[in-house]
Design a protein around this ligand. Structure first.
Ligand code: NOJ
Length: 522
């Protein structure tokens, strides 16, 4: 008998599915996705077998950074619906046994936010200190050499003509950084959290959360670091104080409300710091995985580094291949479907919480966006292409969507793939089901196994439940000897599932192997 681990928190065994709401599903027929669109597709997500949804921003926003520039944290942008629609979404999600995580953007607001409008009105404004202001030097020098994202090499400071001072922005000039050193800012952002937690959300994804703590001296960086945005905020001790207070707020709610952070530190021993002593982030995105190329050596190295960085402090890993900020992994890895299929098995069987980006289960690649249709200041439009729901003229959208379709949209549409049980969509579903049924895959220990070059092999174990996973990154077949009789539970190409494993791994194939005896004993 397998011992289940009833004590493990939900967010450790969950598979979290990211929805970028502009591009997921459109109920209003205006070409931009919305909350009712999401509600209409929840049955599909339940069928797929994910556990939780992370919804990217849907708050009021002038959309200069497509929602990561918030002008009202406690309302839904009319483009996406209303607060009633949001409440209906929470209810509909929970009715299906799914959880809902929302984005929280605490490090900067939109320049249209009433807080900033008031702050910039005059140097004496009571809200002035909610943002970070400095004077120009006597000879027009900037306060320091920090640069901002989206405009490479450009200063993180913009002059506010009206009041004659500069304000700090780590991203666009239309995204001024909040000054968390002011306790009123912290209190206001806590109120935002309570607003959504009280409405029933199960967790938050904290946007660039390392960016809330700033060097109080705003000191210059070395010329090398100054070229990389947000470097000055790394390892600021005060960030951890803020995080502990956010965590304490979450912990006062029932039902393990979870916080996953986006922290721009690459090495796991650095990201480990933001888990604190189990009193800061519950989870932290593992950026090694989204930056990794498709090679066995890279993945072996990432897995080893992740374990070496996180295990000593008991921090639970995460894995992510794609999101709304990077080219999709199928595109990055060269476009072959076999690779996208093998990547699905890798993502869903590593020890840790996987984040799946909408459309990767369809094998989507980035859209080719012609220059006149580029709308994002960071040029990230390709991975934000709309989801094709069916092969009709509007592909289930009711209007031309805001961005071009991804390649092969008809063949890769949800409807077509649901009807074809050899599709990549069905592979994701089978893999998710295998994971759900196996304590070893959900929560077990992980051991890397010796394997031929180009082959990644690992074992997952939890009590007497055990799985072996093989991922062949190469274009040639490989051999693997597990040393015992194993059966193929899931194959990325569907071949020989339910049959004994012969020791052969096909080119670009990934396999989940289980003990044959366990299966035949039921
Ligand atoms: C990270 C988000 O993922 C990205 O989309 C956004 O542009 C920046 N944070 C700024 O909020």
């Amino acid at each position: 008998m397998v011992t289940l681990h009833p004590g493990a928190p939900w967010w450790q065994s969950a598979v979290i599915y990211q929805i970028y709401p502009r591009s997921f599903a459109d109920a209003s027929g205006d070409g931009v996705g919305d909350l009712q669109g999401v509600i209409g597709r929840l049955d599909h997500l339940a069928w797929l077998g994910i556990d939780a949804i992370w919804l990217s921003p849907f708050f009021r926003s002038p959309m200069r950074d497509f929602g990561y520039d918030v002008s009202d944290y406690c309302d839904v942008d009319p483009l996406f619906g209303s607060l009633d629609d949001f409440d209906a979404l929470v209810a509909a999600t929970h009715e299906r046994g799914l959880r809902l995580i929302i984005d929280w953007v605490p490090a900067h607001t939109s320049s249209d936010h009433p807080w900033f409008v008031e702050a910039r009105a005059s140097r004496e404004s009571p809200r002035r200190d909610w943002y970070v202001w400095r004077d120009l030097g006597a000879n027009g020098e900037l306060p320091n050499n920090w640069t901002c994202s989206f405009h490479p090499g450009q200063p993180a400071w913009t002059l506010d003509e009206g009041s004659g001072q500069l304000y700090l922005h780590s991203f666009l000039p239309e995204q001024p950084d909040l000054n968390w050193a002011n306790p009123d800012v912290e209190a206001a952002m806590h109120d935002v959290l309570r607003f959504w937690l009280d409405r029933g959300v199960d967790g938050i994804r904290a946007d660039v959360i390392h960016n809330i703590g700033k060097d109080p001296l705003l000191a210059d960086l070395s010329p090398k670091l100054a070229r990389i945005p947000q470097q000055a905020v790394n390892e600021q001790p005060v960030t951890h104080e803020y995080l502990r207070r956010i965590r304490a707020l979450l912990d006062r709610y029932e039902g393990e409300r979870m916080m996953v952070g986006e922290v721009w530190r690459l090495l796991p021993e650095q990201t480990a710091l933001y888990y604190g002593k189990g009193d800061e982030l519950h989870l932290n995105f593992n950026l090694l995985s989204i930056l990794a190329d498709w090679s066995a050596a890279t993945w072996r190295d990432s897995i080893e580094k992740t374990a070496a960085g996180l295990d000593p402090v008991d921090a639970w890993p995460t894995w992510v291949l794609s999101n709304h900020d990077f080219p999709r992994h199928r595109t990055r890895f060269g476009g072959a479907e076999a690779t996208a299929r093998a990547a699905a098995i890798l993502l869903l069987t590593l020890r840790g919480t996987p984040f799946l980006y909408m459309g990767e289960e369809l094998g989507l690649e980035d859209a080719v966006v012609p220059p006149d249709r580029v709308v994002d200041p960071g040029g990230r439009d390709g991975c934000r292409a709309p989801i094709p729901w069916d092969a009709s003229a509007d592909r289930g959208w009711g209007a031309d969507p805001w961005l071009p379709w991804p390649p092969d949209a008809d063949a890769r549409s949800v409807e077509r793939q649901r009807k074809d049980d050899t599709s990549i969509l069905h592979l994701y579903r089978r893999t998710l089901a295998a994971r759900r049924a196996s304590p070893a895959l959900r929560l077990g220990e992980q051991t890397l196994l010796p394997a031929a070059e180009g082959l990644l092999a690992y074992r997952r174990e939890c009590d007497d439940d055990q799985r072996t996973v093989l991922v062949n990154f190469r274009d040639q077949p490989a051999r693997f000897d597990p040393g015992e009789r194993l059966e193929i539970e899931v194959a990325s190409d569907g071949a020989h599932e339910g049959e004994p494993f012969s020791g052969d791994v096909r080119a670009r194939q990934a396999l989940i192997l289980g003990r044959a005896a366990r299966t035949s004993a039921g």
